[in-house]
Design a protein around this ligand. Structure first.
Ligand SMILES: [Zn+2]
Length: 485
């Protein structure tokens, strides 16, 4: 068994964001490629903002995507618990250790004082760092004061004048000055650890070997290295993934549209589409291949080949990939996937008798070559389930007159009544119509016919539609069109 262990540790303060899902995927792929273990932890130290409904969304979304954790709050594991709110005792011991070693101290500055200091520094265009004079306070005196002044925080005593260096797997050697870090807080009180301390303890106790996370965490890494040192933890290896950018090259956010996995799912993107799309956000195999299944990715993915620069989110590419995966589905599979969207759009219950399912399957199959996401199915195929509504002007082919439209509809009616009464295939219907039209103008017959059937400017051709709708329904629609004229 390889000793590689990676992790994702999302905060349940919102639905699973595509950026977090991409980080989860890269951790998962790296672990799988090297026979390692992928751990899922829940980072809920911020109890006020954390919400169980978001934890559920995160777990459900990862499961739907197929990014299965080897260890998690759900499946357990040898280093449980995997939820920060269950690990308070552990943090307490390490906070105590830092205080005893003289590497952490009580800061008694009030929120107001800290805020004023920050504003002054910002006005002078200096980084808003807090170098706290309480770090020199004698330990026993501080302990006593902490009993009465309970609004203190506990800060790490950041060493002065240190260079902190680490080799990022993606970015190479990175160097930080400890003097640009300040005395950062590690706990609000003994029993409420803050992010930096909690994450370092969690990573050490769940034996994480590789920390693969977003670029926005780079500035945290020197703090984590200092804490690992102070607590005697091994230093894991780090890889910082490029940010995901919107089309305008700013960080992807709500204003660019949908960002959570749940929303993509609701829009009718398939999990395999999103996996493939996310894998290409910052990584490429170095070949022309663009379509990858999850198990295939686990073989070819190479963390060292992840790019340093931001990964631009391209919705056209997502839709293209989505179409590719939709076309890989069998008619039966796709029908099953489309049915809830179709029923939602048409506001009726999922049909369960054989005939209706067969009918829906034919309708779905007709749109399969063009469908980009499942949610489009209702709007695209509504006319198969309801008499279409349209403006009679739409019936006009080029500049034929209303009388000519009427003649055209009567012609189609005659062809169907005389030759297409029994069910026929699309090819047979096409042959019958083309023979009947002969040297005549095809457009002036087929355009009005198609509009009568669909009410749409663009749709599949009339022969495909007649094959599915059948002669009786086609005649009904022709009859109605004649009345509209
Ligand atoms: Zn202070």
């Amino acid at each position: 068994m390889s000793s590689i262990r990676t992790r994702i540790a999302p905060s349940p303060t919102g639905n699973l964001h595509i950026g977090t899902a991409r980080t989860a995927l890269f951790n998962y792929l790296f672990a799988k490629k090297h026979g390692g273990v992928f751990v899922l932890r829940i980072e809920d130290t911020d109890l006020e903002r954390s919400d169980p409904k978001y934890e559920k969304d995160i777990l459900d979304s990862l499961r739907w995507l197929g990014i299965d954790a080897d260890e998690s709050p759900e499946v357990g594991g040898p280093y449980a618990p995997y939820r920060q709110s269950d690990r308070t005792e552990s943090y307490k011991n390490y906070i105590q250790q830092l205080l005893s070693q003289g590497q952490a101290f009580y800061c008694f500055h009030s929120q107001k004082e800290l805020e004023e200091e920050k504003q002054k520094l910002l006005e002078k265009k200096l980084p808003p760092l807090h170098f706290c004079e309480y770090r020199e306070m004698e330990a026993r005196e501080a302990e006593t004061l902490a009993q009465t002044k309970t609004d203190h925080v506990i800060r790490f005593k950041t060493p002065a004048g240190r260079k902190i260096t680490f080799t990022d797997i993606i970015r190479g050697e990175l160097v930080f000055e400890s003097d640009l870090i300040g005395d950062f807080s590690v706990a609000r009180k003994m029993d409420s650890a803050l992010y930096h301390l909690a994450v370092v303890v969690d990573d050490a106790e769940t034996k994480i070997s590789h920390i693969i996370r977003g670029e926005d965490h780079i500035a945290n890494t020197p703090k984590h290295i200092l804490l690992n040192e102070a607590l005697g933890f091994p230093q894991p290896l780090y890889a910082h993934l490029p940010l995901i950018l919107g089309p305008d090259r700013s960080k992807l956010s709500k204003r660019h549209g949908v960002t959570s996995i749940t929303e993509y799912r609701e829009q009718g993107y398939l999990p395999e589409t999103l996996i493939n799309f996310m894998a290409l956000l910052g990584w490429n195999p170095g070949t022309d291949q663009e379509v990858f299944a999850l198990n295939e990715l686990a073989q070819v993915f190479d963390i060292a080949k992840v790019q340093k620069s931001g990964a631009v989110f391209n919705i056209e590419k997502l839709d293209w990939l989505s179409g590719e995966y939709i076309r890989k589905k069998t008619q039966e599979e796709l029908t099953k996937l489309c049915l809830p969207y179709l029923c939602d759009f048409l506001q009726f219950k999922i049909p369960n008798d054989q005939f209706q399912n067969e009918y829906v399957e034919k309708v779905v199959a007709l749109e399969q070559p063009r469908l980009k996401k499942l949610s489009e199915i209702g709007e695209k195929t509504e006319y198969f389930f309801r008499m279409p509504k349209y403006d009679k002007e739409l019936l006009r082919w080029k500049n034929i007159t209303e009388t000519e439209i009427l003649t055209s509809l009567e012609f189609s009616e005659k062809v169907i009544k005389s030759k297409i009464q029994n069910p026929k295939s699309k090819i047979e219907i096409e042959k019958i119509f083309l023979e009947a039209i002969g040297e005549g103008d095809k457009g002036s017959i087929l355009w009005p016919l198609r509009v009568v059937l669909t009410g749409k400017k663009a749709s599949p051709g009339p022969f495909d539609i007649i094959e599915i709708l059948g002669a009786e329904e086609t005649l009904k629609r022709l009859e109605r069109a004649k009345k509209i004229l």
